[in-house]
Write a protein that binds this ligand. Sequence first.
Ligand code: ADP
Ligand code: ASP
Ligand code: MG
Length: 481
Amino acid sequence: MIVMKFGGTSVGNVEAFQQVSHVVIRAVEQQAETERPGVIVVTSAMSGVTNLLIEAAQRAAQGDQNYYDEVQDSLLLKHQVVAGRLIEEGQERAALSRILDERLHQFARLCSSINVLGELTDRGLDVVSGLGERMSAPLLAAVLRAAGVKAEFVDAGDLIVTDEVFGGAAPIMHATEKRCREKLLPMLEEGIVPVITGFVGETESGIPSTLGRGGSDFSAAIIGACVDADEIQIWTDVNGVLTADPRIVPDARSLNELSYEEVAELAYYGAKVLHPKTATPAVEKKIPLRVLNTFEPDYPGTRIVEQAQSLSSGTVKAISGIRAMNMITVAGRGMMGVPGIAARTFGAVARVDANVLMISQSSSEQSICFVVPADAAAMVVGELQAEFEKELARHYIDNISGHPDVVVIAVVGAGMRGTPGLAAGIFSALGEARINVIAISQGSSEANVSLVVEEKQITKALQAIHRKFELHKPTHERVKG
Ligand code: ADP
Ligand code: ASP
Ligand code: MG
């Protein structure tokens, strides 16, 4: 039994829907030969749709009464074109049209209320932003039926129970598992392919929520873990997880195998190919994840397992970078004598709910540097200044400031940490490219060394590190360092 998740570009237009049909039909045939057959499909919204929905809601809140009308028309067209080409005229197409109309009316009503209120809450935004999947999933189910697959639409609101952190909700696993098993296992028994909305869930009291941007990968992993799938497949528009973002490093290569830990590090530090939480539900049940290309379905892609075969111990496997960061420094000669500075610093950061991506301490204890998302920086600095008001007045601490426009680059590979020459390799790559390393840290796990550079140098920096470790070459051709 497998879960197959299709991303936005995989359901981006008529040709992509056709391609998904081929891939699903083949999987159903292959599954029929296995001991525990079953295919569950999870889909994202059509590409660009979530962005449009969010933009329309935001503009409605700012007073724009026209934009959401335009968006409503273009979304109807976008979905109807696919339906018109791939579903024959008749009851099926009429039923789908009614669903699309209903969703888009709901969208217009919501935007109109947001406009009247002049305010957009996270809770309100989740209702709007989840509508893309609530259109693409019934559409994909109908397209699959038209291609001869016994497919049925299922709304993940009926499956994934979440907390109330709107905009980035977490699943409540025991409740979710119960619902997934009750709903999905009988469907599989009957040979039905459930086609489920990615990205969305519902709170215990039935309020729509979302798992955060790019969250359909996470949806697939949650559902896969709940039904004990044999594999969770993430179908996207590249040949698996690559050694770097191919838009930044054009000669990046596909990786055969990665560990859950390695992929979690890459995703956390900006590799968009997987939502950072995707590995979490899979780890516990040791379900392999596979990242595959919808448009090149025979390519084996990347397998993500508990223990990936290592190339040779201590080697770099891949790199990623996360933009829009700010590096905060707390420094002063008198800091050494004051106990508990670090604890108070991170206490203050936690009070404003900021996420710390990297910490770099100087050995002299005269400064603490750490990286937070740019939009949290002003709040963090303000809170720290209040926390250390006395120390600032006495000049024990004389600098609390942020360094804007930086990126964190993660160099990832299991067991890489502590490898002799690794930091030297990174420094020489960046030195040769004339890039200043603002900070470096051993990273949050064994599999990661991270560094901070100026945002404008991200492309040069990633390309230089990629070349230095010869990640563009097949492993057997790399010169061992
Ligand atoms: P989907 O819509 O299928 O979820 P996404 O756009 O969310 O697809 O993620 C796939 C994209 O992630 C790729 O097209 C690629 O540009 C980008 N990406 C960034 N880093 C990596 C990486 N290390 N490996 C593969 N793709 C990456
Ligand atoms: N459609 C959602 C987004 O664009 C979820 C996803 O694509 O995974 O963020
Ligand atoms: Mg994605």
